[in-house]
Write a protein that binds this ligand. Structure first.
Ligand SMILES: [Zn+2]
Length: 387
């Protein structure tokens, strides 16, 4: 094949007999989103010395290194790689008030600023956030239309914490909700599941859909991490949305088997009962054992196994329509291996990037006794959720 670009768009053989095409939506400019002068999550000043590398934990390197690893192994070339147009003002305004968008744009044009809880942005941040949302819109649109079998959107800045009028947790626009609303406006999707396995509570997505019964929101997260005061088991939705929000606040220290148990015992039964026509995953990698912003013990293999389970569920329920949208994950060294394992599983690829830390991370998994406690606590929550 002389033309590598053409090669990217060839459907490939899956593990079975059918061919499938997985889209990968990314844009170099999303790596150029820049925050303020922070050391970890602390603004620099007073006794907080600037870091040599500088900035918030949400930085481009986790994502860029993930894409780089995919290029080095060849996985990147197996995918249908695309960029996208920025989300239009009309698309953003389906989720966010005009007043918020106006203020965000004004500050962005004026040199940058901060509109929420430690979510700084530089000049042009508005356009970069709209591009990040645009990647999610395009991924959902292409899969909903059947143009791609499934897709991954490497959105940055992330979106799952963003409330309609209050950015927080590094999130400036609610990427997934914006993409769902765009698809619904075009008649491409009716019933959608958002499964959020980022280690932090998907408070933004929850809030946007809390009153609605056409979008089932499920969040697996470390209890009491971020936001500290949201994500409770009893928060099930309101009015018509009653029963259509599921939070699974998991104990710190949950590892590989606890996460898979949560998928099997809670997530998949809930999705099957809902019968969606599309599944979207808010895909963060900060449940990984080495992440600086959480205390869970997932590994690259955990993300691969969760992806296989959700892919099988999508195959069974909604013709495989599945989109993963990138959220958190703050270990520059390890996110690339988690992301590679996830995307290889999504695409059914045989290209592997062996986890260099697999052996030591396996040895650090919870003891059998603690694991039994973790699984029992998930069973208890499932019982309270009527699952
Ligand atoms: Zn997170």
């Amino acid at each position: 094949m002389d033309n590598p670009a053409a090669l990217r768009h060839l459907p490939r053989k899956d593990e079975g007999d059918h061919t499938m095409t997985t889209g990968f939506f990314w844009d170099e400019r999303c790596f150029w989103h820049a925050g303020g002068n922070y050391a970890f999550t602390m603004p620099v000043g007073g006794l907080v010395q600037p870091l040599a590398a500088g900035g918030l934990p949400e930085n481009p390197e986790t994502k860029r290194r993930m894409k780089n690893l995919m290029e080095v192994t060849g996985l990147f070339d197996e995918l249908d790689t695309r960029s996208a147009a920025p989300a239009s003002r009309e698309a953003l305004a389906r989720v966010h008030p005009e007043s918020y968008l106006d203020e965000f744009k004004r500050l962005s044009d004026a040199g940058g600023g901060d509109l929420g809880h430690a979510v700084p942005f530089a000049r042009g941040g508005y356009e970069l956030a709209a591009l990040s949302a645009g990647l999610a819109i395009a991924a959902v649109d292409a899969v909903a239309r059947g143009d791609l079998d499934n897709a991954y959107a490497l959105s940055r800045p992330p979106g799952h914490h963003c409330l309609p009028d209050l950015p927080n947790g590094f999130c400036l626009l609610a990427n997934i909700a914006i993409a769902i609303e765009a698809a619904q406006a075009k008649g491409l999707a009716k019933r959608v599941v958002v499964l959020d396995w980022d280690v932090h509570h998907g408070n933004g997505t929850e809030a946007i859909y809390y009153d609605r019964d056409d979008v089932l929101t499920i969040s697996l997260h470390q209890e009491g991490n971020y936001p500290i005061d949201t994500g409770g088991l009893a928060d099930r939705g309101r009015g018509a949305g009653g029963g259509y929000n599921i939070n699974l606040p998991m104990h710190a220290g949950s590892g590989h088997t606890a996460y898979l148990h949560a998928m099997d015992r809670v997530v998949i039964p809930a999705i099957e009962a809902f019968a969606p026509d599309m599944i979207i995953v808010a895909c963060g990698y900060d449940a990984a054992i080495v992440d600086p912003l959480a205390r869970m013990q997932a590994t690259a293999a955990t993300f691969a196994e969760m992806t296989k389970r959700i892919r099988d569920t999508a195959d069974k329920l909604c013709d495989g329509k599945l989109v993963l949208v990138h959220e958190g994950g703050y270990s520059e060294a390890y996110v690339p291996f988690c992301g590679h394992a996830t995307i290889a599983a999504l695409a059914g690829s045989k290209i592997d990037a062996p986890d260099p830390m697999a052996r030591s991370l396996h040895a650090r998994q919870p003891s059998p006794a603690f694991d039994a406690f973790l699984r029992q606590s998930i069973d208890d929550m499932a019982w309270q959720l009527d699952l």
